[in-house]
Design a protein around this ligand. Structure first.
Ligand SMILES: *[C@@H]1O[C@H](CO)[C@@H](O)[C@H](O)[C@H]1NC(C)=O
Length: 132
């Protein structure tokens, strides 16, 4: 049921996105971290390594797949907050449920995301979104 609802939301959002952004149809969907999803990184630079060689553009979709209650993901406001794992710098909403774990990134900027529980273990990712 949960995945049905997620599928419905994704399809709905894609339709809406296509109506509003006709020139950004070449967007890509990513599962952040690949097959292991959003989990305790085997090594501190795990997520940095995952972004290597990938080009992210406005409108790309990012799915954070994780166990509800075990991890979360939120954007922090600055590189400094990201570097220091400052959990009070989270820009709401903090995503704690799998149903809400996908994001469309539309601004050409570097986004900084952390798991507030395991950031210090390297569970954080900087995503550089390009204009096109
Ligand atoms: C953490 O972030 C908050 C909100 O941006 C800020 O007010 C605070 O000074 C930061 N703390 C440190 C130690 O940088």
């Amino acid at each position: 049921m949960a995945s049905l609802r997620l599928t419905f939301m994704v399809v709905t959002t894609i339709v809406i996105a296509c109506m509003h952004f006709p020139t950004t149809l070449a967007v890509t969907s990513y599962v952040v971290g690949g097959a292991k999803g959003w989990s305790m990184p085997p090594k501190p630079n795990h997520y940095e390594a995952w972004t290597e060689g990938k080009k992210f553009i406005k409108g790309d979709r990012f799915y954070w797949v994780f166990k509800e209650g075990k991890h979360n993901v939120g954007e922090v406001s600055s590189k400094e907050a990201y570097d220091t794992c400052n959990t009070t710098a989270i820009i709401p909403p903090l995503i704690e449920k799998v149903d809400g774990s996908f994001l469309f990134l539309y601004e050409a900027k570097i986004y900084y995301f952390i798991c507030t529980i395991h950031c210090s273990k390297g569970m954080k990712i900087a995503i550089d979104i390009k204009e096109s």
